[in-house]
Design a protein around this ligand. Structure first.
Ligand code: SF4
Length: 352
């Protein structure tokens, strides 16, 4: 099937992004039984059949009516780039012209795909290229799931094992759409990837962390922490003015208590800013009593930003010092640095 975007056909409604309940309602509106919605949902997300005429368990009349008014329209790829380490970055152009990026990261034991939840971002973290764009808008369910559907068309259904909401934007500020996407991802007749293999990474939207805890989703949570005191955090993450560290840690205690899941703290090391013995003490103190893992990673330089990347030795030293003082500590290697695909580098363009 030709999965390319055809703007001439855009008068038809795009079914990409419809949830199972929406498919069921659609079928009822067409005078069909609701279970037909599940069949259509399975064809789209599980079987990857986008041609209505080949959806053989639907009646010929229904297939014709669907083809008259609906289509399944994928994302428009503008450019892609591959890193020397195998990481691939995809730049998509949304129908209103805005760019979003997706990163596919093959590792030894898993293949993670890093998806975007917003075009741009309002939170303006001082170390992040996306933050300089400002918020354009939330992505729709179709635009988020479309990033994953595109990769499966390119590389097959098994091309990723894990999904991380760590691309452009703050996923918890697009809560309802992100939750709908996760329900499609984790449905056995959807993408069939367990919610446990999906991670939402947030900069710390406390009320939405509580909402996630109450949602019943089995999704994992990562928090981009990067500083262990309110005074330091506020200097690099303006959102800390709205949800201060104390407020955030209370929400995380609620989350871990309610779900039984541990939380992952992402701690980006900036040379001379948050990499001292005092920072280690503050970080150990902060996470005490919280079931958690700490991921330490070196800052990935972004042109025009003042922060510097610490030496590999400094990163190792920090990791070794933290190791006995937290339940679990890992030092993460940057991926896709040479193509601007590493954490904090997504700026809506591919330069090479
Ligand atoms: S780190 Fe995340 S929340 Fe902060 S500006 Fe970048 S995309 Fe937005």
């Amino acid at each position: 099937m030709d999965f390319a975007v055809n703007f001439k056909l855009m008068a038809k409604k795009n079914l990409l992004g419809y949830t199972k309940p929406q498919m069921n309602s659609l079928m009822v509106s067409l005078g069909e039984k609701p279970f037909r919605g599940r069949q259509l949902f399975k064809w789209l997300y599980h079987t990857r059949q986008y041609d209505f005429s080949l959806m053989t368990d639907l009646s010929k009349g229904l297939r014709d009516r669907l083809a008259d008014d609906y289509e399944i329209r994928g994302m428009e790829l503008e450019r892609r780039a591959r890193s020397t380490d195998g990481t691939e970055k995809f730049l998509f152009r949304l129908e209103d012209g805005h760019p979003v990026e997706t990163v596919l990261i093959p590792e030894e034991d898993r293949r993670a795909v890093c998806v975007s939840a917003q075009a741009g971002c309002a939170l303006a973290c001082c170390f992040c290229a996306t933050g300089t764009m400002g918020l354009v808008r939330n992505l729709t369910v179709g635009e988020i799931i479309g990033q994953l559907v595109f990769l499966r068309e390119l590389y097959g259904s098994d091309c990723f094992s894990n999904v991380v909401f760590m691309g452009m934007g703050e996923p918890l500020l697009n809560f309802d759409n992100v939750v709908d996407v996760i329900r499609i991802i984790s449905d056995s007749v959807g993408l069939g990837v367990s919610a446990r293999k999906v991670t939402i990474s947030t900069c710390g939207i406390s009320p939405e962390i509580r909402r996630l805890a109450d949602s019943g989703l089995k999704t994992r949570l990562a928090v981009s922490l990067n500083a262990a005191t309110q005074e330091k955090r506020i200097r690099i993450m303006p959102i800390a003015r709205t949800y201060n560290l104390e407020n955030l840690m209370k929400a995380l205690r609620y989350y871990t208590g309610r779900t039984g899941f541990r939380v992952t703290f992402e701690y980006i090391l900036f040379e001379g800013f948050n990499d001292t013995v005092e920072d280690i003490d503050a970080l150990s103190q902060l996470v005490r009593g919280i079931p958690c893992k700490i991921n330490i990673l070196a800052y990935n330089p972004v042109p025009g930003f003042a922060f510097k990347r610490p030496s590999d030795d400094k990163v190792d030293w920090f990791g070794r010092q933290m190791y006995p003082r937290a339940p679990a500590v890992t030092v993460r290697k940057p991926r896709g640095l040479d193509i601007g695909a590493a954490c904090g580098q997504l700026a809506g363009r591919i330069d090479k």
